[in-house]
Design a binder for this molecule. Structure first.
Ligand code: DX5
Ligand code: ZN
Length: 218
């Protein structure tokens, strides 16, 4: 399968958001990665529904929403209405994860589950076949621009084995600290989608950076 690049809009210039959205539209990027933080599940607040609505209006690619919020069930229909194609919730934020995943699908979206760096892959054993995407956090969620945690490679391999063993079709997404320095090793371990925030938006030429990353992993 073609390996995917998902620029994280958290690192965009919010005063020029439309410009940055159009840049992604016109680039080789595959998805928009949208980080929603509530200041409770993670120690930071990013942006909420009105901003996502504005992004949706201009975005011409898949919208991959990463919820870093407690009790995400409250907002599943809202995110569907706002144009989310994929909705990812945190394992650590859901008491009834199976119910949440089914509700995401019933609302017409693909369902993803994200794991914090300390959460073992084994917690997914009984839900992997229901998932469209697993997001392995390669930093502690809450902020862009952090350093990549090396233990991630091992987790990607473990998840890849679980997916093969259960014959499931879940995509493996990596989120946090992704650059050209770790991209290939992540793909070799089994990753399908690389999220990249600072590496893309803080570079001199984000369009070229996206294209180079895409070429590097394909
Ligand atoms: C972190 C977010 C990431 C973040 C990635 O909590 O989930 O998506 O935007 O940013 P970089 O690529 O700068 O680590
Ligand atoms: Zn994210």
């Amino acid at each position: 399968m073609n390996k995917l690049v998902a620029p994280s809009v958290l690192a965009a210039d919010f005063a020029n958001l439309q410009r940055d959205i159009e840049m992604v539209n016109d680039s080789k990027a595959d998805w928009f990665h949208i980080d929603i933080m509530d200041g409770v599940f993670v120690p930071n607040i990013s942006f909420g529904m009105p901003v996502l609505k504005a992004i949706s209006k201009h975005a011409k690619k898949i919208i991959d929403v990463h919820l870093m919020i407690v009790d995400p069930d409250r907002y599943i229909q809202t995110f569907a209405d706002l144009g989310a194609d994929i909705l990812t919730v945190h394992h650590e934020a859901c008491t009834h994860l199976h119910r949440t995943v089914q509700a995401i699908k019933a609302a017409g979206m693909k369902a993803g589950v994200a794991l914090n760096p300390h959460t073992p892959i084994a917690v997914l054993e009984d839900i992997i076949q229901d998932l469209d995407l697993v997001c392995i956090m390669s930093v502690n969620p809450g902020f862009g621009g952090q350093s990549f945690i090396e233990n991630t490679y091992k987790k990607v391999s473990q998840l890849k084995h679980l997916i093969e063993f259960t014959n499931s079709s879940t995509l493996i997404e990596i989120d946090g600290g992704v650059t050209d320095k770790n991209a290939n090793q992540l793909i070799e371990a089994g990753a399908d989608v690389l999220v990249a925030g600072s590496y893309v938006f803080k570079s001199d030429n984000p369009t070229d950076t996206i294209e180079n990353l895409k070429n590097l992993i394909n």
